[in-house]
Design a protein around this ligand. Structure first.
Ligand SMILES: [Fe+2]
Length: 261
């Protein structure tokens, strides 16, 4: 576990989490800006989720509000966690249909980029897609596989997660759209991902597992699903066999410069 400057907020005796007004302001700034940017860029399934969630604009939502919507749509919940959690906890949560949410929000100084996923990233980025049964099934399967995987296998699974749940694109009758929460919670990456700067490759789970990534840069390559149902189909396939194949074949050369020391 890496260190973090952030501390997740604890609920009071009635389960309510109090945030100072300045933090509600950060939420308001982020959601106002991002709802505009995702127009004609987010996929319809995500927008349907946004509509179902009915997120407040003027304050950070309480996790119970999110749970009511997720439970009714796909049986998922969000789970309150500290700022950073071990991989083991992460997989345990996903395997029991719980999506981890750290109850802190970025400072105004880190409005555009922060390393630790905050409540805006988790709720605005990921929760809309978790109302979709295909996406939810894939995420659940991913959690169950990760729980049984070895440390080395988990690294390959993590790349698949990164290039789907975090940074996935999707072809739709209306054009190319975004479903990845890492993109949809970032104004800069939402514009960049659909521009002609990065490379777009047709989705291939084996290739995704072999594609190295860095968390601190815009992605040089995105994988494009032919339709969201492909994730559901993948969940029925032997993903661990693909992990073994990817491990035998090894990683592709990175399409990004090495991290400066
Ligand atoms: Fe995320």
């Amino acid at each position: 576990m890496k260190s973090t400057q952030y501390l997740a907020r604890e609920p009071d005796e009635s389960g309510f989490i109090h945030y100072p007004e300045s933090e509600h302001q950060v939420w308001n700034t982020l959601i106002t800006r991002q709802l505009e940017v995702i127009e004609n860029r987010a996929c319809q399934e995500y927008l349907d989720g946004i509509e179902q969630l009915g997120l407040p604009m003027e304050r950070i939502p309480q996790l119970g509000e999110i749970n009511r919507v997720l439970e009714a749509s796909t049986g998922w919940r969000v789970a309150r966690v500290p700022a950073l959690i071990p991989f083991q906890t992460f997989f345990e949560l996903l395997a029991s249909k719980q999506f981890p949410v750290a109850t802190f929000i970025r400072t105004p100084e880190e409005l555009d980029y922060l390393k630790e996923p905050d409540i805006f990233h988790e709720i605005f980025g990921h929760c809309p897609m978790l109302t979709n049964p295909w996406f939810a099934e894939f995420t659940h399967t991913y959690g169950k596989l990760g729980l049984q995987a070895t440390k080395e296998q988990r690294v390959y699974l993590a790349r698949l997660y990164w290039l789907t749940i975090e940074f996935g694109l999707l072809d739709t009758p209306e054009g190319r759209r975004i479903y990845g929460g890492g993109i949809l919670s970032s104004p800069k990456e939402t514009l960049y991902a659909l521009s002609d700067v990065p490379e777009h490759q047709p989705f291939d789970a084996l290739e995704a597992m072999r594609t190295p990534y860095r968390i601190d840069i815009l992605q040089p390559v995105y994988f494009v699903l032919p339709e969201l149902k492909r994730l559901f189909e993948l969940a029925q396939e032997d993903i661990m066999a693909l992990v073994h194949q990817a491990m035998a074949l090894g990683l592709h050369a990175p399409k990004f410069p090495p991290k400066a020391a």
